[in-house]
Write a protein that binds this ligand. Structure first.
Ligand code: GLC
Length: 437
């Protein structure tokens, strides 16, 4: 790597330092599909025509929309940034875009929904991210492809003859310009997604040549030099994205590109849909959603956790309960998350480590009977306590404090932490181990 390239990289990592510090964000998927209430891909899945889908536009009236309430709940849940779908694959825009009529201001709601959201989240101290769909199932110049609702239309190929992707790429640049000039500082832009290799009955997939990704990203960098750009633009090899975004997947090893560690963020849903889904029932348990967060941080990543608000503009009771789980846990355990990252130490079975400086955090997933044996810490522990109540956790080593009468024998080189028989009433208890300087 040249010196200039390295300097660039260093300054990028300084600019993006907040991101690894913050660790937990809120994803919001909100659009017309909230009315269908059966997944944000319903237009694709049910192969709905524009005429049919129009019913959601004509009835979109989120009269109970209160972004201050969303922002307050996000902050209480310990979330430090938000990424909101300004436009999803359906093509509908939450803001008053000058280059389309397909926007919130023209629905019965009659209002720009993005400006008050940005203001509300900023006021709660959260950073602002915009999700922007590269796919657009409404724009007349977007060629029909494998994901398009008209993919099985008998004249799909013929219909494509009039669709000019270059016009659509220019439209995206205009919209991105609006988003990055009309809302103050934007901290993240989250493009979604590329599929250059996916052919379907003679219809081609789409990637950087279609989106004109290089021009798009140049524009983004010019308008918001500090911004973090995600990895779904299909940039040419060698152009490193700012952040890699595994979706509904918990990596087992930290993601890397060309064996270099990268900034990464897992995104997950509370249930099996991003958009509001009334009848979907695979809501994750409190343990699972807390563990998703710990699993990410333990491998040096962030978690972007999704809510799909309703067509009235509310968070439904199930989403509120799930946010409350984070709120309760983060209120006392946030110290093991913010600014923390992976530890080099070998992890005891059924546990996860995170570490920040000389503080090591042992997250106990499988509660044992009284003892956890840990390696690599002989003579290195200055103090240990539960994080949720600062109650001391006593530790014993092989050399000292062992009662061979009753058969307590800590193996050589190991430390044994003594835990209560009953798990404290915390979803995942955390033991804070202060290491000697
Ligand atoms: C996907 C889906 C989508 C969702 C996104 C979030 O690519 O198309 O509906 O917005 O992932 O990561």
């Amino acid at each position: 790597m040249t010196i200039a390239a390295r300097q660039l990289e260093n300054s990028a990592s300084d600019r993006h330092a907040w991101f690894s510090q913050d660790r937990l964000g809120m994803f919001i998927h909100w659009g017309l599909y909230a009315l269908g209430a059966r997944h944000e891909w319903l237009k694709n899945r049910e192969e709905l025509s524009d005429e049919h889908y129009q019913r959601y536009f004509d009835n979109f009236d989120p009269d109970l929309y209160d972004p201050k309430e969303w922002a307050r709940r996000a902050r209480l849940a310990g979330m430090k940034y938000v990424v909101v779908t300004t436009k999803h694959h359906e093509g509908f825009c939450l803001w008053d875009s000058k280059v389309t009529d397909y926007k919130a201001t023209n629905t019965p709601c009659g209002k720009d929904l993005l400006t008050p959201l940005v203001e509300a989240f900023r006021a709660e101290g959260l950073k602002i991210g915009f999700y922007y769909s590269l796919l657009d199932w409404h724009h007349p110049d977007f060629p029909i492809d494998v994901h398009h609702p008209l993919r099985n239309h008998p004249d799909a190929e013929a219909l494509n003859a009039d669709r000019k992707i270059a016009n659509y790429a220019a439209y995206m640049r205009e919209q991105v310009r609006e988003l990055l000039t009309g809302f103050g500082r934007v901290d993240i832009i989250w493009f979604d997604f590329s599929y250059p290799g996916r052919k379907y009955h003679g219809l081609l997939g789409k990637g950087r040549a279609d989106w004109e990704s290089e021009r798009l990203i140049e524009l983004v960098r010019e308008l918001q030099p500090e911004i973090i750009v995600n990895n779904r633009l299909d940039l040419p090899p060698g152009e490193l994205p700012d952040v890699t975004t595994p979706e509904q997947y918990t990596p087992r090893v930290a993601p890397a590109i060309a064996s270099q560690g990268v900034l990464w963020e897992a995104c997950h849903t509370f249930s099996g849909s991003w958009g509001y889904h009334r009848d979907e029932d695979t809501w994750k348990s409190p343990e699972q959603i807390i563990q998703l967060l710990i699993d990410s941080v333990a491998l040096g990543g962030n978690l972007l956790m999704n809510v799909g608000p309703t067509g009235r503009g509310t968070l439904d009771a199930r989403a509120i309960d799930a946010l409350q789980v984070y709120q309760n846990w983060m209120a006392v355990n946030g110290r093991s998350i913010y600014g923390a990252g992976p530890s080099e130490l070998p992890v005891p079975a059924g546990c996860r480590y995170t570490q920040r400086g000389n503080r090591l955090y042992l997250h106990v997933y499988n509660w044992p009977y009284r003892h956890v044996h840990i390696e690599g810490l002989a003579d290195r522990i200055a103090y240990a306590q539960f994080l949720h109540d600062a109650s001391e956790v006593r530790w014993f080593s092989h050399a000292r404090d062992v009662d061979s009468n009753i058969g307590v024998m800590v193996p050589e080189g190991m430390i044994m932490l003594e835990l209560p028989v009953r798990r404290p009433d915390v979803i995942v208890p955390v033991i804070e181990i202060v290491l000697k300087a």
